[in-house]
Ligand binder design. Sequence first.
Ligand code: GLV
Ligand code: MN
Ligand code: MN
Length: 421
Amino acid sequence: MTLHARLAELATLGATGGGIDRALFTAAERAARERFVAWAREDGLRVVQDRVGNVFARLAASPETVPGDEDAPVQCGSHLDTVRNGGAYDGAYGVVGGLEALRRIAESGELVQRPIEVVAWAGEEGSRFPLGCLGSSVYAGLTPFDEVAALVGDDGESFASALRGPGGLLDGVFVRDGFPPPAAYVELHIEQGPVMEREGARLGIVSAIAGQRRFRVTVDGVAGHAGTVPMAVRADALCAASELVLTVERAASAVADTVATVGHLLVEPNQTNIVPGRVVFRIDLRSVDDGRVEDVEREIRARAAEVAAKRGVGVTIELLEARAPVPMETRMRLLVRAACKARDPYAMAIVSGAGHDAMCVAHVAPTAMIFVPSIGGRSHVGDERTAPADLELGVDALAATLLAAAASPIGAERTGGASER
Ligand code: GLV
Ligand code: MN
Ligand code: MN
C-alpha cells in the first residue's frame, strides 16, 4: 500500500464529516494503532509497545554490521491521535511517512548501520487527558507513569482505566518496559502554518520548537435567577471570564512572537435563565523565548487579580503543563539540512510554533525535525492538506536523514553505550 493509500485509510478512522476525532484510547485511535502494527508487520518490521501505549516498529541493522543490531536505534515517528475535528496529516504523516521511509531504506540495499525505528507516540494532542505529548513525555522520563495514570480525561475516565479498557494497550503486541534512549531522533511533520508556502519552500529544516504553558482557570461567581438578581449586585462568572479571555489576547498581542489562545471553556450551569455561577477555561501560551512566556503569564495573573477584585469573583489559575522551548540538536539539524537541500534548493530554516513529540525526545537524544508545507497554512481543522508530491519529498528527506544518522557517530557510544531506564 502506498503512503497516500495508508493516509487515506487512516483518515476514515474517526471521520466526523467535518474532520477526524481520534482521541487517545478511543475505538478510532486504537484502530489506527492496529493499522500501524499490521502495516509495519507487512513491511517486515518487528513491533513492540510500552506500558503507556507508545508503539515501536523496528527495521534491523544490516547483518554485516554486527553487532550493529545491538546498538541503540535511530528513531523517527509522530502521533496517531488527533485534535477534535482535526486533519488527516498532523501526526499521521510522520508515522506513515516513517514506515514508507523504512521501506525505501530496506529496498535500497544500502547498508543500515543501526536499527531504525518508527514510533507512534501515544496521546500527543492532549485532546482527552490534560497533558500534551503524553507518551513521549513518559518515555523521556519527563513525567512519571504514575502521574499520567492518575490523569482524568474530559469524559471522567482516568488514564489508568482507559489504558486497561477496550481502547487501550494492543493485543498480540509484546509490552516492553525500560527502553534505552535512541541514538538520534528525527520527526517528519506538516508545517501547520503558512510560512513555507509563502516562501516557496517544499522542505523545512526546523531550528527550534516554541515552548508552551497550559493553564486551567476557574472563575467562581454566584449563580442566581436571570430575571430577579439586579445587574449591580451580580457576580457573573461568565462576564468575569470574558474579561479574562480578552486580557489573554491583549497580553500576548503586546509581546512579539508570542501567541495565546483560549480554546476550551465550560460554563456552569449553562442555562439561559441562570446567571453563570462558575466558568472553567484553559489558556494555551507559547513562544520560542521562555522569558516572553514568563512576561505574558505575569501580566495575565496581575490582570486576573484585578478582575477578581472588581467583580467579586474567585479566580484560580493552575499550571497544567510547562514545556520550555527546544532548540534542535546541531549535528542532527545539519544532517536534515543536507538531506533537504539536496532535494529542494529552496529548503528553509523554520521555527515550529506547534508542539511535537520531538520536544520530549530531545531531552534524551539528539533530535531534529523536517517539515513539509501545509496548503493555505491550514491545520487542526478538517481541511488540512499537503500536496502529494511534497509528502513524497518529505519521506525521501527523512529516509536520507535516517540512513545518515545511522552511519554517523551521533548518539555517542555504539554497543553497550545506552543505559536502560
Ligand atoms: C499540538 O499539535 C500542539 O501544538 O498543540
Ligand atoms: Mn502533530
Ligand atoms: Mn496537532
